[in-house]
Write a protein that binds this ligand. Sequence first.
Ligand code: GUN
Length: 292
Amino acid sequence: MATSYQILDGKKIAADIKEEIAEKVRQRKSAGKRIPHLGIILVGDDGASTTYVDGKVRACKAVGFNYSLFRFAESITEERLGRQIEQINADDEIDGFIVQLPLPPHISVDRITDRIRPDKDVDGFTNQNFGSITSKHPLLMPATPFGVVELLRRYQVNLQGKHCVVVGASRLVGAPLSMMLTEHGKATVTICHKYTNDLAAHTRMADILLVGVGKPGLIQADMVKEGAIVVDIGTTRVEDPSKPGGYTLKGDVQFDTVAPKCSLITPVPGGIGPMTIASLLLNTLTATERRD
Ligand code: GUN
C-alpha cells in the first residue's frame, strides 16, 4: 500500500496560469493592443450555473479581461437566444464567448452550439474546434479536457504509452479528453461509460484513471491500481447544512479511501474546476491574439 500521495493542486496551477495571463494582458495594454473581452450567456437562475458564472466573472476581473454578462429568463425562446448569439458573433468588441450549460429542456444545445462562431468558441464545443483536436493545428481546445491535460503536463506526468482509462464518454469531457490523451499525449486509452460491463475490471488496469460522470463516490479503493494517478473531473452539488451555502461539492472518486493507493490525485474542490476556468481564460487570450 502506498504510504504517501501527492496532490495535483489545480487551484495552485490555475493561479500560476492566471498570473501568466495577467502579465500578458499588462504587456498588451502597454503595447496599445486590445484587452481580451469574454462574453458569457447565462439562461435561467440555476444555482450551480450561477456559481460557475460568478467564478468566471471573478477570473476575468483577476486577469484584467473585459467581460459582458448576458442574462436571460428560463423562458427565453431558442430563436431569441440564437439571435443573441448572432449579435455576439458579429460584435468586434467581444473576442470569445460561452453559453453556460445546461440550457432549459425546450432549447437544443446542439442547434445553439452550431450557431457559435468557431473562432469565438472559447469553450471549444463546436464541431470545428472539437474536430481540430486530431489536427496538426488545433484551434480552440475544449476547456475542461484542456485543463486536465495542462494540469498533468505541469506536473510533468509523461503520458506516452501509459494506459489511461477514461470513465465517461460525454461530448464535453470524456470524448474530447480521450482524443487529447491519444493525440497529444500518445497514451493508450480505454473509454468506459454507463453501458460498460465490469467497470472495475477496466479501472483497475489504469496507470492514469480519469473520471467525469457526475456520480459522487463512484470510484472506490478496490477499483484503483496501487500507485495509479487519479484525476477526478466530477463536481456534483450535494446538500450539506453544515456548509455556508447549504451544499458541498463532491467528486466521482471516494477521496479518503482512494488517495492512499495513489501516487498523484486531484482533490474536489480545488482540482479540475479551477483548471477549467484557467483554460477558458487561455482560450480567450488565444482568440484575441489570433485577431491581432
Ligand atoms: N456547464 C458545466 N460545465 C460547463 C463548461 O465548461 N462550459 C459551459 N458553457 N457550461 C458548463
